[in-house]
Every structure is written in C-alpha cells, then in structure tokens.
Design a binder for this molecule. Structure first.
Ligand code: FEO
Length: 402
C-alpha cells in the first residue's frame, strides 16, 4: 500500500520514514526516526525531485508507481548527492531507462564516485538560474554550495512558488501522517529536533546558508519542501526562515544559560549545581544542565546555539582536558559557534590543565566573551572559595541583562 500524498495540485510527496534507524550518519541519535522526502510533479513531463535512503526503497518505489500509474518518468532532479537522498538513483534509472538526470557538474562527479551505472548518457547539466519547463510547471535551479555539500542546489518551481530546498529547512524526526508544519504543534515538539538537525548537520556553513537566504530574497515562496521533516507553507515559512537566519548568523534565540559539565566523582558537578542554584536565586531563568559524559553532544550543541550564555566545567584528566569535554569544545569549534558569553570552571588535584585548554579552545572561536573570573577548583570546591562562585554568578546574571 502506498502513502503518496498530493501536497499541491499535481505535486506529490512520495518519500518515506525510517523509525528503525538508531543514528543519523551513524553519529546522531534519532529517538523518533527521520523522514526522507522526495517529490513528484505530474505535468506534460513528469519530474521526480531527489530520491531517498536505501532503508526505505521498497515503499518509495511503491509511492512513485502509485502516482505515475502507466506514465514514465521524464526527469530526476538531483539537488543533493548525499546517499540518504541518492541511494535510489540507480533503481530509478533501471526502472525508467529514458529518464534524464538533472544536476550540476559536481553532481555527476559525486555520482561516479559512489555508484557504477553510467549516468553520463542520462545527464542534463544545469547552471545557476537555468529553467526547464515541464508544461505548466517551470523548474529554475539555484546553486547552494555547502548547504550542506558542495554540489547542493535548490529547485524553485516558478509558477506555484514552490522551493525544493535540499537539506535546508529540514529536521530530524519521522513524520506521523501530517506532512505540513502547520498541522502539528511545531514549537513545543518538533522545533528542538529541527534545531539539533540544523546545528549539527549544517551548523558549520552559516555563511553559505546566508548566501542562499539572500538568493531567495524577493522570490515569492508559497511552499518549502525540504528533504527531511515537515513541509513549510503559510505563516510557517517566515517562522522557519527567521530561525534559519538566526542560526546561520550564530545569533542566540533566547537569553539563558547552558551549563555543560564533566565530572568523574561529582566534585565538578557539585560546583555547577551550586552555581545554577545561585543563578536561580539571582532571578536567572531557563537554564539547561548537561553532563557531557551522559548526554550526546548533539543535544548540548543544539542548546548552545539556542541560548546566549554557556558555562563549561571540567576536570583535568591525564594532564589534559577530560576527553568528552575536549571533544565537545572541538566539535563546537568546527561548527563555527560564535557570539556566546562563556564562563569557565576547571578542576584538578595535582596538575591543572583543563582550565587552560578550555580557555584556549574558547578563545579560538569567533567573538566569544569570557564572563566572570574563571575558577580553578582543587579537587572540590570548599566554603572558603564560595565567594568566587558568588562572583561568577553575579557576572553571569549581569551579562544576561545586556
Ligand atoms: Fe540529508 Fe546532506 O543529506
């Protein structure tokens, strides 16, 4: 049985969901699976926009067949050549031997690196702004390099104002029947997973996302169809464009504090909990505390993108920074996190390294402000140093008033 869905007259969602997958890219936990979206336009010519991951091939082919019926497929547009979207290209070529594959020069190069079928004979290379008419629908192509790979492009259907956006505006999480973001309680349930997807998958490429947003400025957009997550229409278009603008400029969405700590025996944790209590007593709201050894970094990273302030607290380990904290900070650096207010707490018993390394790593990031005087605990924080924690709490609460 198929689950194809007409999202606009003669435009169909033919994708699918994978709820069995444990980790996206074998790295990011997926508690609610992921959607692989693909779209099919029925006109004088038929056009499929991207394919899906190998895990859901069977239902995908069934969806396509249910829409095409006895017609053939004329075009396959490949906006993105990452395997979660291109694993079925060869299957499409086998089933529809006359199909023309639309992409750019890098699309073909990447296809040949991953697959063995001869795509060159089917390939129609397009350039920036080029248009292809399907009859009453017209597809226009815009290059969007590094959103999220170099070959990425987006396809704009000019007559209905539908943007097929590749990974952009996507999210983790499988779809539950409702395909449109305005049909679900997006803010309270899905937004966190959209942010975790953006920040961890595309977060590094803020300037390239900004370049794409500039290209899209002025285009009448009535619908955004991403390759993951819900479809955007109506008021939800400005909602997600606003989020993307903030995330890609590394601007916090909210004032608040993420306290990310590492702790071997509970002493660094104890200092962080005491700090959080002092912050609460000073009226600070919306704090998130994470043990970096326990919580997958993708969740912590997502919240660090969301909030204005972050506290990193970690012990020294083997005369280096405790590894999970070291890994978190390096990942944040790769993702180009910037514009945050950072407070630091180190800990050591005989040789201090954690605070020094955390300071160096944070100073290597762009426009990070150190708030308050960093504290270097010796094994456990004693009452005679509580004033240092009070001073740090004062500095953080003051910085939230800026
Ligand atoms: Fe969903 Fe960059 O692939």
């Amino acid at each position: 049985m198929n689950s194809a869905y007409e999202i606009h007259p003669n435009v169909y969602w033919v994708g699918g969901n994978d709820r069995r997958i444990e980790r996206f890219e074998n790295m990011f936990p997926l508690t609610n699976g992921v959607a692989y979206n693909s779209y099919l336009i029925m006109d004088e010519k038929t056009a499929l926009l991207d394919t899906v991951d190998a895990a859901i091939s069977a239902e995908y082919i069934e969806n396509i067949k249910s829409v095409l019926q006895d017609r053939t497929l004329d075009y396959l547009v490949v906006n993105h050549m990452e395997p979660d979207h291109c694993a079925n290209i060869e299957e499409i070529m086998r089933r529809y031997p006359s199909v023309q594959i639309i992409g750019n020069a890098k699309t073909l190069q990447f296809f040949n690196q991953y697959y063995t079928m001869n795509m060159a004979d089917h390939f129609l290379e397009v350039k920036e702004g080029q248009e292809i008419s399907l009859g009453s629908h017209v597809l226009r192509f815009y290059m969007a390099p590094m959103v999220h790979w170099p070959e990425v492009m987006v396809t704009y259907e000019t007559t209905r104002g539908i943007l097929f956006a590749a990974d952009a505006f996507g999210a983790f999480g499988a779809l539950s029947g409702n395909l449109f973001a305005d049909e679900v309680d997006y803010d309270s349930y899905f937004l966190d997973e959209a942010r975790r997807y953006y920040t961890n998958i595309v977060g590094r490429y803020g300037s390239q996302v900004q370049a794409l947003l500039k290209k899209l400025e002025g285009l009448p957009i009535n619908m955004i169809c991403s390759l993951h997550g819900h479809i955007w229409r109506g008021e939800m278009i400005s909602y997600i464009l606003d989020k993307y603008d903030k995330w890609s400029r590394y601007i916090p969405e909210k004032k608040g504090v993420v306290l990310a700590y590492a702790s071997m025996y509970g002493n660094t944790e104890n200092a962080v909990l005491a700090l959080a209590s002092k912050l609460a007593k000073r009226g600070v709201k919306d704090m998130r505390i994470y043990d970096v050894s326990k919580t997958h970094p993708s969740y912590i990273i997502s919240d660090i993108f969301k909030y204005s302030n972050v506290v990193f607290a970690s012990p020294t380990y083997n005369m280096h920074l405790y590894f999970p904290m070291d890994s978190l900070l390096r990942e944040l650096s790769v993702l180009n996190i910037s514009n945050r207010k950072v407070s630091l707490i180190g800990n050591h018993t005989w040789s201090s390294a954690a605070l020094k390394t955390m300071t160096e790593l944070v100073n290597g990031m762009k426009n990070m402000e150190i708030v308050g005087t960093p504290i270097d605990i010796k094994s456990s924080l004693r009452e005679d140093r509580e004033h240092e924690l009070d001073a740090l709490a004062d500095a953080i609460s003051e910085s939230l008033k800026d």
